[in-house]
Design a protein around this ligand. Structure first.
Ligand SMILES: [Zn+2]
Length: 89
């Protein structure tokens, strides 16, 4: 899986929208977040002391939307030069 390209760099150069050719597309990703919590007795609540984000990647089934013409579809419907995945960091 490609890991060196940042998603925003990729969409900046390609006509991605299959409808209007806009070069800006929203892609919705889901990531996992691991958090560590401790009981904070002062406020009688849990306090997050550590958190880490999981890898984020999109695939052909990820929801995509064009902010210009409001086209809705999936990454698989976009221009075929769209990256097949991206990771944080
Ligand atoms: Zn569009």
């Amino acid at each position: 899986m490609p890991s060196s390209l940042h998603p925003t760099e990729a969409v900046a150069h390609l006509p991605l929208c299959p409808d209007c050719g806009a070069d800006s597309i929203r892609i919705r990703l889901s990531i996992e977040v691991d958090i560590e919590v401790v009981v904070d007795e002062l406020v009688d609540d849990l306090q997050v002391v550590d958190e880490s984000l999981g890898d984020a990647a999109w695939d052909s089934q990820s929801p995509a939307e064009c902010p210009q013409c409001h086209w809705h579809g999936t990454v698989g419907d976009l221009h075929q030069r769209v990256l097949t995945g991206a990771r944080r960091g």
